[in-house]
Design a binder for this molecule. Structure first.
Ligand SMILES: Nc1nc2c(c(=O)[nH]1)N[C@H]1C(S)=C(S)[C@@H](COP(=O)(O)OP(=O)(O)OC[C@H]3O[C@@H](n4cnc5c(=O)[nH]c(N)nc54)[C@H](O)[C@@H]3O)O[C@H]1N2
Ligand SMILES: Nc1nc2c(c(=O)[nH]1)N[C@H]1C(S)=C(S)[C@@H](COP(=O)(O)OP(=O)(O)OC[C@H]3O[C@@H](n4cnc5c(=O)[nH]c(N)nc54)[C@H](O)[C@@H]3O)O[C@H]1N2
Ligand code: SF4
Ligand SMILES: [Mo]
Length: 739
C-alpha cells in the first residue's frame, strides 16, 4: 500500500512502531497478503535498533486471533450477535437517546482504558467524544496508574504533562523506586530496550539502584537492590531530601533563579528523621543517607518511580519527592538527569508562564471526590452507578478498557456494570467488561490503522518521530470514525449523520490547541483521513516543522537528537516559576508524617507484578503469552509462610477488607518479609466473554482484593500496592466445589 514496504511477489515487509506498550519499538513485519507471517525487531529503527519483546512478536497471533472482533455485536436476549455497522449505531442511538433525553448529561459516564493513548485516534477523538457527552462522569485507567505524576507535575511545573524522564543514555546514577523496567519496558519513560540501555549505563561505569519490596528482574541486574516495606517510599524519599538539607548538599544550581519553596520543603520534611524512617521502611538509616549523597555526588543522576509507588496511598508525594531530589541535586533539566521530553508534534514553548494547574473543579456526586485532569477516580465509578438519586449514572461508554479486571474491588465493578440501563463499548474483544455491553464496536487491528505515538513521544528520552501508515485494508471503520459517530449520537445528531461534521470540528480544535491559524488545513493532503490530517497539522505546527509526507518517506523514523534543557521556558505556572513545595503537597506531608512508625507484628502487605508476556488484562487470549505454570502464584517469604504453617504449592486464601481470592503459595525470599505478591490482569473464564484461550488459563483477579475506598486523596488514584491482607491455608475442596 505504501512505498516504505519492501516487496517480493505477494510477500512484503513493512516497518511499524509497536503500539502495545510505551517503548515504541520498531517492528519489521512480513506479510503474505493480509496474513502476518513473521515479526521481528527493526534493526534500522532509529530509536529501538532491533529490540523486540514477546508481546511485539505476538502481533502475528493478535492479528490472526479468531476471537478478535471484526464486526459489531449487539446483545439480543442476553446473547451477543453480529450485526452491521448501521444496525449497531442505530442500537447505540436507541439506547442512549432516552437517557440523554432525561436532561442530565451526567447520567452517561465514560471510561477510557489504557490502549486509548496507544492509538492515534484515542487522544484526538476521545476528547471529542467527552466534549460531546458533556458529562462530568469521566473516568479512565489513569486513576489506577499514573495520575499521581500528572498532579505533581501540574503543581510543580504548571502542566500535568510536564513530566521529566531519566536521561538514561547519559546518566551516571539512576535510582529506581517501584518500577520494573526490565519487564515493563518503561512507563512515563519511553526508551525502547531499557534492558540494553541499563546495561550500557553500567558498562560506561554508571550505577543503578532499585528500591523494591521484591527482588525483581530489574533488581537482579542492579548494582544494588534495596528491599523496602511496601507503601513507605514517600517516607524514605522525604528522609533523603532531609539528608540533603541537613548535610548542606541541597543545591538548586541553575534552577534557583526561577524556583520557589525550598525553605518550606526543608521545614516540611523535618519529621522524617533517619531513625524513625528506617524503622518505618525497614531500610537501614545508613543506606538512606548514602543513597541521597550518592545522587548528590554523581556527575549526573536521576530518581525515578512508577506504578509501585504511584498507584499507592502516598502516590503523589512519591511522584513529587523524586523530582525534588532531582532538583536539589542539580539533576533536574540537566543532561544525564531528569529531563523534559520535546515531542516533534508539540509547539516550541513561547516562554515561562501559563494558566497553571487546578484540581477539584467539580466533585463526584456520591463520595465528594475532587476532579483531577477532567476526571473522577475510577474507584468511585461503581458508586455512581449503584447509588440511586439525582445524577445517578445510568449508561456507560467504555473505550479500550477492562475495568472489571483493572479497577479496585472487582466484584463491585461487576455488580455495577451488570446493573446499567445501557452500555456501549469500543473494544476488540468480548471480555470481562464488554460482556456487559449492549453494543460492542470493534476498532480495526493495529496493522489496519496509522500510528504515531502522540502520547509517548511526550516522555521519550530522545527526540524521535516515526509514522506507521496502515498496511492492510481495515475490516470496518477506523477508531476515529467510530468515536466521531458516537460523538454525533451523543450530540443528538443521530446515527445516520455523516461523520464529516465531527471531523471538521476536531481539525479546528487541533489548530487551536497548537496555537496555529486554520490556514494550515489548506496545506494538508485532503485525501488523507481526518485523523491523519490532524496529525499532519500537529507535525507542521510542532517545534520541528515536520510533515506527514516527510515522515512517511522515513519508515525507520527520524532521529532529531538528544533532549536539551527546557526550563524555565516550559514552566506553565501562572507566575512562570517552579514550585518546589506546592501547598497541597506540603499539607499532605502531614498525613505522611502520621503514618511513621514500625509495622505491626505479622503484617502482610500485597503488591503487584508484571510478567514479560502480559499486557495488563488483554493479551491472554494468545496461547504463548498466557501459558505457563505459577503465573498467578502468591509469592510469600518462607518465614511468613512458616509462621502460617504453609508449604510451597499449598492452596491459600488471600483476604483483604473487601474480598478474597484463592491462589497457590510460592515460597521465595525474592519478596521481603511482610510482603506478598500477586499479578493483575487475570480472572478470565467469565460467562458471556468470548476469549477461548484466556478461559483455559483463567487465573484470579487480584483486584478482588484492592480496596475502592483506599485512595491517594491528592490524585484519586487507587492504592493498588501495599494492600493489607491475611493469608491462610485454603480448606480442601469438596466434591460440590466448582473446579
Ligand atoms: N510485560 C508487561 N509490560 C507492561 C505492562 C504489563 O502489564 N506487562 N503494563 C504496562 C503499563 S500499562 C504500565 S503503567 C507499566 C508499568 O511499569 P512499571 O511501573 O515499571 O511496572 P510494574 O511491574 O508495575 O512495577 C512496579 C514495581 O513496584 C514494586 N512495588 C510494589 N509496591 C511497592 C512499594 O510499596 N514500594 C516500592 N519501592 N516498590 C513497590 C513492584 O514489586 C514492581 O516491581 O508497564 C507497562 N508494560
Ligand atoms: N491490581 C492492579 N491493578 C492494576 C494495575 C496494577 O499494577 N495492579 N495496573 C493498572 C494499570 S498501570 C493500567 S494502565 C490499567 C489498565 O486498565 P484498563 O485499560 O481498564 O485495562 P486493560 O487491561 O489495559 O484493557 C484494555 C482493553 O482495551 C482493549 N483494546 C486493546 N486494543 C484496543 C484498541 O486499539 N482499541 C480499542 N478500542 N480497544 C482496545 C482490550 O480488548 C481491553 O478490553 O490496569 C491497572 N490495574
Ligand atoms: S517492548 Fe513494548 S513496544 Fe517494544 S515490542 Fe514489546 S510491547 Fe512492543
Ligand atoms: Mo498503565
Amino acid at each position: 500500500m505504501t512505498a516504505d514496504a519492501t516487496t517480493s511477489s505477494d510477500t512484503r515487509t513493512v516497518f511499524r512502531t509497536c503500539p502495545l506498550c510505551e517503548a515504541t519499538c520498531g517492528l519489521a513485519i512480513t506479510l503474505e497478503g493480509d496474513t502476518v507471517t513473521h515479526v521481528r525487531g527493526d534493526a534500522d529503527d532509529v530509536f529501538s535498533r532491533g529490540f523486540i519483546c514477546p508481546k511485539g512478536a505476538a502481533m502475528k497471533e493478535l492479528h490472526a486471533d479468531p476471537d478478535r472482533l471484526r464486526r459489531p455485536l449487539v446483545k439480543r436476549d442476553g446473547r451477543h450477535v453480529e450485526v452491521s455497522w448501521a444496525e449497531a449505531y442505530a442500537a447505540v442511538e436507541a439506547g442512549l437517546k432516552p437517557i440523554l433525553g432525561g436532561g442530565d448529561p451526567n447520567a452517561v459516564a465514560i471510561y477510557l482504558g489504557n490502549p486509548v493513548i496507544h492509538t492515534l485516534a484515542g487522544p484526538i477523538y476521545g476528547r471529542a467524544l467527552i466534549k460531546a457527552l458533556k458529562t462530568r462522569n469521566v473516568f479512565s485507567a489513569s486513576t489506577v496508574d499514573q495520575m499521581a505524576k500528572h498532579v505533581s507535575a501540574g503543581l510543580m511545573f504548571g502542566h500535568p504533562l510536564s513530566i521529566p524522564v531519566p536521561d538514561i543514555d547519559r546518566t551516571d546514577c539512576l535510582l529506581i523506586f517501584g518500577a520494573n523496567p526490565w519487564v515493563s519496558n518503561g512507563s512515563l519513560w519511553t526508551a525502547p530496550d531499557l534492558p540494553g540501555r541499563l546495561k550500557a549505563l553500567q558498562a560506561r561505569g554508571g550505577r543503578f539502584v532499585v528500591v523494591d519490596p521484591r527482588r525483581t528482574e530489574t533488581a537482579e541486574r542492579a548494582d544494588e537492590h534495596v528491599p523496602i516495606r511496601p507503601g513507605t517510599d514517600a517516607h524514605m524519599l522525604c528522609a533523603m531530601i532531609r539528608v540533603l538539607f541537613e548535610e548542606g548538599r541541597a543545591d538548586l544550581g541553575r534552577l534557583a533563579a526561577f524556583t520557589d519553596g525550598s525553605d518550606a520543603v526543608r521545614a516540611a520534611v523535618e519529621p522524617f528523621a533517619l531513625d524513625v524512617v528506617a524503622e518505618t521502611t525497614g531500610v537501614p538509616a545508613e543506606t538512606i543517607r548514602r543513597l541521597a549523597l550518592e545522587l548528590a555526588d554523581a556527575d549526573s543522576g536521576a530518581t525515578y518511580g512508577r506504578v509501585g509507588v504511584q498507584a499507592a496511598r502516598f502516590g503523589t508525594l512519591c511522584a513529587w519527592a523524586a523530582d525534588v531530589l532531582n532538583a536539589l541535586t542539580g539533576n533536574l533539566d540537566a543532561p544525564g538527569g531528569a529531563m523534559f521530553a520535546q515531542a516533534a508534534h508539540t509547539p516550541a514553548p513561547t516562554g515561562p508562564g501559563g494558566r497553571g494547574y487546578k484540581t477539584g473543579r467539580w466533585r463526584s456526586r456520591v463520595r465528594d471526590l475532587p476532579e483531577v485532569n477532567g476526571e473522577l477516580p475510577c474507584a468511585t465509578l461503581p458508586d455512581e452507578i449503584l447509588t440511586p438519586g439525582e445524577g445517578q449514572v445510568r449508561a456507560l461508554v467504555t473505550v479500550a478498557g477492562n475495568p472489571a479486571l483493572s479497577n479496585p474491588h472487582g466484584r463491585r465493578v461487576d455488580q455495577a456494570l451488570g446493573s446499567l440501563e445501557f452500555m456501549v463499548s469500543v473494544d476488540c474483544y468480548l471480555n470481562e467488561t464488554t460482556r456487559f455491553a449492549d453494543v460492542v464496536l470493534p476498532p480495526p487491528p493495529p496493522l489496519a490503522r496509522g500510528h504515531y505515538d502522540l502520547a509517548f513521544m511526550g516522555f521519550a528520552v530522545r527526540r524521535v518521530a516515526n509514522w506507521s501508515p496502515p498496511v492492510i485494508e481495515p475490516e470496518g471503520p477506523d477508531e476515529s470514525e467510530i468515536l466521531a459517530k458516537l460523538a454525533l449520537i451523543a450530540q443528538g445528531m443521530g446515527a445516520e449523520a455523516p461523520a464529516d461534521w465531527a471531523h471538521a470540528a476536531v481539525l479546528q480544535r487541533v489548530c487551536r490547541q497548537q496555537g496555529a491559524s486554520t490556514d494550515v488545513l489548506g496545506e494538508v493532503d485532503p485525501t488523507r483521513p481526518a485523523v491523519e490530517r490532524a496529525l499532519d497539522v500537529m507535525l507542521r505546527t510542532g517545534r520541528d516543522g515536520l510533515t506527514l509526507d516527510a515522515l512517511e518517506a522515513q519508515p525507520h523514523g527520524v532521529d532529531l537528537g538528544p533532549l536539551e534543557p527546557a526550563l524555565p521556558d516550559t514552566l506553565s505556572t501562572p507566575d512562570g516559576r517552579l514550585a518546589l513545595g506546592p501547598t497541597p503537597i506540603l499539607d499532605d506531608l502531614k498525613r505522611l508524617a502520621g503514618d511513621l512508625g514500625p509495622p505491626p507484628e505479622g503484617e502482610l502487605r500485597l503488591i503487584g507484578r508484571r510478567h514479560p508476556r502480559t499486557n495488563n488484562s488483554w493479551m491472554h487470549n494468545i496461547e504463548r503469552l498466557a501459558r505457563g505454570e505459577g503465573r498467578c502464584a502468591l509469592l510469600i517469604h518462607p518465614d511468613d509462610a512458616d509462621a502460617r504453617g504453609l508449604s510451597n504449592g499449598d492452596r491459600v486464601v488471600v483476604a483483604s477488607r473487601v474480598g478474597e481470592v484463592e491462589a497457590e503459595a510460592e515460597l521465595t525470599d525474592s519478596v521481603a518479609h511482610g510482603t506478598v505478591c500477586l499479578p493483575h490482569g487475570w480472572g478470565h473464564g467469565r460467562d458471556g466473554a468470548r476469549l477461548s484461550v484466556a478461559a483455559r488459563h483463567p487465573g484470579v483477579n487480584t483486584n478482588d482484593l484492592t480496596d475502592h475506598l483506599d485512595l491517594d486523596p491528592l490524585c484519586g488514584t487507587a492504592a493498588l500496592n501495599a494492600i493489607p491482607v491475611t493469608v491462610a491455608r485454603a480448606e480442601p475442596a469438596t466434591e460440590e466445589d466448582p473446579a
